[in-house]
Design a protein around this ligand. Sequence first.
Ligand code: S3P
Length: 178
Amino acid sequence: MKNIVLTGFMGTGKSAVGRELAGRLGMRLVEIDEEIEKAEGITISEIFSRYGEAYFRDRETEMVKRFSGERGVVISTGGGVVLREENMNALRGNGIIVCLTATIDTILGRTGRSGDRPLLNVGDLRKKIEELLEFRRPYYEKADIIIETDSRSPYEIAGEIIRKIDIIDSGCVRETRP
Ligand code: S3P
């Protein structure tokens, strides 16, 4: 059985949708960020401030490769996982890639200033989100399934993902692509 891989910018609801999907499909949920925190014994913010982003990205790639080898799990990734091709090749090997999207206003509302997202620890939060989104858009768009999440519950979003995966499995979606 294939894995379901949730990608998307910070605040698009990957964790909440991952929990919902895993519960409904009876699959195990793996949160890549949580696994990194467990392995390192400190939070993502602490990893960034002590060792820097490059160190975090290497740990992220290690975890991605470890869990890509599993079967039938829901994998919720951090928003920057799409940036490394080797991450996506590993995840694609046995997974359907789902990207969750949201408008900047929704992302702002969901991320707020909680301080647990080091990349968003900046003065002009809106500008930072715009810049990151602009740069990352082409990477997110490579997903097999793209789902808008604005004003929708994890229950509704999970339902749409399940329906779309059924269609992909029966070959219809792929056939309609050029
Ligand atoms: C990041 C997203 C975070 C976390 C880290 C970097 C990113 O995960 O991996 O702070 O580069 O977008 P969430 O998307 O779960 O917030």
